[in-house]
Design a protein around this ligand. Structure first.
Ligand SMILES: O=C(O)c1ccccc1N[C@@H]1O[C@H](COP(=O)(O)O)[C@@H](O)[C@H]1O
Length: 211
């Protein structure tokens, strides 16, 4: 299972979190977020990482040029589109970044909204489902209605996100079978400062059920 820890801001935490078991690290490229990082901060965080760790830039309603420039300058392996990007936008981004994983995040508002993932199938590699919050784009710590996701079975891999913690992850995975999970505020001391003890507890609990 892929495990993405998102909202890394401190370069020294990137290797520590990868060493604990993360397969992917996320970097918030949304200027209004308290977890926002510059290209220089991303570059510094990537230096010590082994090549097999996926490095994902998180964007919301940025232009294809802004995204491409950041991805190329930072040498990221993937992008997470966390805003209101359309299928056509994903198609255009694919033309600019053919070898980069495109993850379309959906802040799920309803079952009907969840079904709009079908419109993206041909243009993205992966989906990510997060909780909807009227004022915040992400990193809210709010969980989704997991019951609503029981029948979600797209023809693309997907990450479960939104309010996951070391305390609820096993319960979540008993109900749902995503290809990956994504945690941010649930393993933090404060926005952008990851709690390495919580990250270690997360992997201890995951290893106890996945091994
Ligand atoms: O974390 C942020 O500040 C953020 C800002 C803008 C878009 C997305 C953001 N984070 C994403 O939110 C989800 C869930 O976070 P949490 O576990 O509920 O705290 C995660 O996918 C982050 O990538």
């Amino acid at each position: 299972m892929r495990v993405k820890i998102c909202g890394i801001t401190q370069p020294q935490q990137s290797l520590a979190i990868a060493s604990l078991g993360a397969t992917a690290l996320g970097f918030i490229c949304v200027p209004t977020s308290p977890r926002y990082v510059t290209i220089e901060q991303i570059q510094a965080a990537l230096v010590p990482l082994p090549k097999n760790i996926d490095t994902i830039g998180v964007f919301a309603n940025s232009s294809t040029t802004q995204i491409s420039d950041t991805v190329i300058a930072s040498n990221l392996t993937g992008v997470q589109l966390h805003g209101d990007e359309s299928p056509e936008f994903c198609y255009q981004l694919r033309q600019s970044l053919p070898d980069v994983e495109i993850i379309k995040a959906l802040r799920v508002r309803s079952l009907e909204h969840l079904q709009t993932t079908a419109n993206y199938i041909d243009y993205v590699d992966t989906f990510l489902l997060d909780a909807y919050h009227p004022q915040q784009l992400g990193g809210t710590g709010q969980t989704l209605d997991w019951q609503m996701l029981q029948a979600f079975s797209p023809s693309r891999p997907w990450f479960l996100a939104g309010g996951l913690t070391p305390d609820n992850i096993i319960y979540a995975l008993n109900q749902l079978h995503p290809h990956g999970i994504d945690l941010s505020s649930g393993v933090e001391l404060s926005p952008g400062d990851k709690d390495l003890d919580k990250v270690a507890l997360l992997f201890a609990r995951l290893n106890s059920v996945l091994m």
